[in-house]
Design a binder for this molecule. Structure first.
Ligand SMILES: [Zn+2]
Length: 73
């Protein structure tokens, strides 16, 4: 399993910038948005999250805001 911590969970290393840490509710929101979008971000994320609800992910605030915004789905 990939355990790289210094890249954005949504856009990987494609976008530079300061990474933030997200937990719990935000992770669930990303998983939910991924389902709606029909991409595969939720596949590994959901598996990891169900195994460990205290997990954290790294991502940019902007990426999460855009990704989970219903206007952009
Ligand atoms: Zn990002």
């Amino acid at each position: 399993m990939e355990e790289v911590k210094d890249k954005c969970v949504i856009y990987g290393t494609k976008i530079a910038g300061k990474l933030a840490t997200a937990t719990g509710a935000r992770i669930e929101k990303i998983i939910e948005s991924s389902h709606k979008r029909g991409d595969d971000i939720h596949v590994s994320l959901q598996r990891q999250y169900e195994a460990n609800k205290d997990m954290t992910i790294t991502c940019h605030h902007n990426c999460v805001s855009t990704y989970t915004s219903s206007e952009h789905i």
